[in-house]
Design a protein around this ligand. Structure first.
Ligand SMILES: Nc1ncnc2c1ncn2[C@@H]1O[C@H](COP(=O)(O)OP(=O)(O)OP(=O)(O)O)[C@@H](O)[C@H]1O
Length: 286
């Protein structure tokens, strides 16, 4: 294992290919970058100067203890909460997120834990709910929707769903998660936020969904995955953002940290062996 000096050096030189391209003269552009995000509810300061970077083609895990501010941050990115201060930069351009429509226009899709699927509708109906394709005659274009739903599932190599005309109520937890994730691909989202995607799943289904998360990133999406499950985070993330009491403890590359160091960041806001204080660590490993 690398010692703390090596880790600091590797963090400083930023080993990700995008960063190597920067070293070679090409400038990397994060799909989503947050800088100095503050959010309070009345007198309660929930987020203070939070920043993170989510790159296309990567899974960025967002971790932190209960109450650290993960959900609040996700809701700020999704336009559900308005931030008090801070910048949202999409593909290098600062943007204002004044509400959910702005976030959707910028390609942000949030897959919540409850998945917000309608049990009585089939997979196609769920994937196109509120955004149905219509024919020139004004009727629903079922064939096109069915084809596109199938394509989205195929792009993610989904083999577990037999028919896109299956009613969602009949699907397993993993299959439902699959439908919700494939929906984000269908809508060409550029930033997909997954809220605890394996929370209610058994071992086999967890493996399948984690594979799906990787393939989603493989489609060029910047995936931000909120998770309490350290095994999931360490097996699937390229980069890990740790929130501690509403502040950035660190954003580190997966390969630069051990599980113990991530747990230290989550529980204490710093990791002695990493040698990074919260202010030093912001952005160090991106
Ligand atoms: N609408 C609100 N009004 C007041 N305080 C709030 C509101 N929403 C969240 N908070 C507070 O903000 C803090 C962060 O909550 P948040 O739900 O973002 O944390 P979290 O990291 O997602 O936690 P968990 O892992 O338990 O879901 C908590 O102390 C919570 O009580």
């Amino acid at each position: 294992m690398a010692d703390s000096h090596q880790i600091r050096v590797s963090l400083a030189v930023m080993r990700h290919p995008r960063c190597q391209r920067e070293a070679g003269g090409m400038s990397p552009t994060a799909t989503l970058e947050l800088r100095g995000v503050d959010k309070s509810f009345g007198p309660v300061h929930v987020l203070s100067s939070v920043g993170l970077t989510a790159n296309a083609g990567e899974v960025t895990a967002l971790v932190g203890d209960n109450g650290a501010g993960k959900s609040t941050l996700v809701k700020c990115i999704g336009g559900i909460h308005r931030v008090d201060a801070g910048e949202f930069i999409f593909d290098g351009t600062p943007q204002v997120i004044g509400g959910p429509r702005d976030a959707a226009r910028l390609g942000v899709e949030i897959v919540y834990q409850d998945l917000a699927l309608c049990d009585n509708l089939d997979i196609v109906d769920n994937m196109f709910l509120g955004r149905e394709e219509v024919t020139g005659l004004g009727t629903l274009d079922e064939n096109t929707m069915e084809q596109q739903a199938r394509q989205a599932l195929d792009a993610l190599s989904v083999r577990t769903v037999r028919s896109v005309r299956q009613v969602v109520a009949s699907l397993s937890g993993g299959q439902r998660q699959t439908v919700a994730i494939a929906k984000s691909l269908l809508w060409k989202s550029t930033v997909v936020i997954l809220d605890e995607p394996t929370a209610a799943l058994g071992v086999a289904q967890t493996e399948q969904v984690l594979g799906l998360v990787r393939r989603l990133a493989g489609q060029g999406v910047a995936v931000l995955m909120v998770s309490h499950n350290m095994n999931d985070v360490l097996s699937v993330a390229d980069s890990i953002v740790v929130l501690y009491l509403g502040r950035m403890a660190a954003q580190v590359r997966r390969e630069d940290v051990t599980q113990t160091q991530v747990v230290e960041l989550i529980t204490a806001g710093r990791s002695g062996s990493l040698g990074l204080s919260p202010t030093e660590s912001w952005g160090a490993g991106i």
